[in-house]
Write a protein that binds this ligand. Sequence first.
Ligand code: BG6
Ligand code: MG
Length: 211
Amino acid sequence: MKAFIFDLDGVLVSTENNHFLAWQRCAHSLGIEFSEKENELLKGVSRIDSLKKILELGKKTIANDEFDRLLKSKNDFYLESIQDLNQDNLLPGVLAVLQSAKAHGILLGVGSSSKNANFILDKLKIQTYFDVVIDGNGVRNPKPDPEVFINGAKALDLSPAECLVFEDAASGIAAAKAGGFTAVGVGNPHIAALADIYLNDLTEFRIEEHA
Ligand code: BG6
Ligand code: MG
């Protein structure tokens, strides 16, 4: 493989629970039941589509200004909850994989649905590892559409077949596969059967098998 493209939330950093708690608060404010089970449907999904899914779950419709207010409130709560985020919040094995990929001359990218991706990468102090970062601000069609990963591969001047995508969400695995990438599922047993390769965490990744 010539490049590794990583999802951010839930693959590089442990922010998935912060998203979950922020969406749960939002759903509860609408009187909608929202547990980890429902949250599974939101993983990897853009902010707007996530709120649409919550409203579908609760069979609710709301006015546009209320929709926008909830999006802002969710993001404010989420950002507040990650204000102390730092390198300690990187998931197991991340730094070692980034470092050994660099040593093997493998290009690195981020392909995230989050509009906060660059802000988070800055906090984690891992920006310099990445040759390209495609985030929720840079795509028209969010995951499960493959656009984010296709844009990443194009920016690296590579074909999807030359890139390995790392994902923790069903929507992200679907995006990777739809784009013709090999999909490595990480840290979420719900997606083990969907991925081409499954790892409990990145400490299990053997770079020699993919370099
Ligand atoms: C994805 C997360 O990476 O980004 C989702 O898995 C999140 O949980 C989505 O909703 C959008 O993130 P943000 O930071 O733009 O609200
Ligand atoms: Mg994710």
